[in-house]
Design a protein around this ligand. Structure first.
Ligand SMILES: Cc1cc2nc3c(=O)[nH]c(=O)nc-3n(C[C@H](O)[C@H](O)[C@H](O)COP(=O)(O)O)c2cc1C
Length: 198
């Protein structure tokens, strides 16, 4: 199972997408497989009409269903997250994030809406039943810079927050895998005892 990197900006180039790619590279360095899902590339009409029979939309939803974790990157729009992210999340089943770990990322023009992740995005994610929603990273445009020759550079503070978030996601996935293995070993041992008694 891989980690889906969900890019929720309608723009290209996109700061939040670049931050997401950075997080993706850090996760790859830790041995995690990642799959990029760029929402702006989905067929717009099918997305707006919630046409889950559309092949591309169905594949995108299936990607999320199959994943063990999601990193969701969004720009802050009107003190909340992008409509593109909401349109896609609306396509998921009621418990569409069941058992998954979610890391939210946001970029914004100013620090004024730093609570957007907590008061806007988090309740929506929570309603989809994830195992855990991690703290998240919020960066302003001044903290995330791009240069065509040198690429992405982020402030030290953001670099530190990303390291922390990647550590937390990595640790959470390891703990979940470990407890899954223990539960499976326990139930196999139980089945063995029952077979011996029969
Ligand atoms: C329609 C629109 C609404 C925005 N609303 C806000 C806002 O309410 N607060 C804020 O801090 N920045 C706001 N911004 C700025 C973006 O959040 C910011 O530039 C962000 O980094 C863009 O990310 P992107 O390049 O991934 O699209 C807005 C930008 C647009 C285009």
């Amino acid at each position: 199972m891989s980690i889906v990197l969900l890019s929720g900006s309608p723009s290209s180039p996109s700061r939040s997408a670049r931050l997401l790619e950075l997080v993706g590279r850090r996760l790859n360095e830790r041995g995690h497989d990642t799959e990029l899902l760029t929402l702006r590339d989905l067929p717009a009409q099918a997305l707006l009409r919630a046409d889950t029979h559309d092949r591309v939309i169905a594949e995108a939803v299936e990607k999320v269903v199959r994943s063990k974790a999601l990193v969701i990157a969004t720009p802050v729009y009107k003190a909340a997250y992008s409509g593109l992210v909401k349109t896609f999340l609306d396509l998921l089943a009621q418990d569409g994030l069941l058992g998954k770990v979610v890391l939210p990322l946001a970029t914004a023009g100013s620090p004024a809406h730093v609570l957007a992740l907590d008061y806007a995005l988090r309740p929506v994610l929570q309603s989809l039943g994830p195992a855990q929603i991690l703290g998240g990273v919020y960066a302003t445009d001044r903290q995330v810079r791009w240069d065509d020759s040198t690429g992405l550079s982020v402030d030290e503070d953001i670099e530190w927050r990303i390291s922390l978030a990647v550590d937390q996601l990595d640790e959470s996935l390891h703990l979940r895998a470990q407890s899954h293995r223990l539960r499976r070993a326990g139930s196999e041992a139980g089945e063995g005892l029952v077979a011996q008694r029969c």
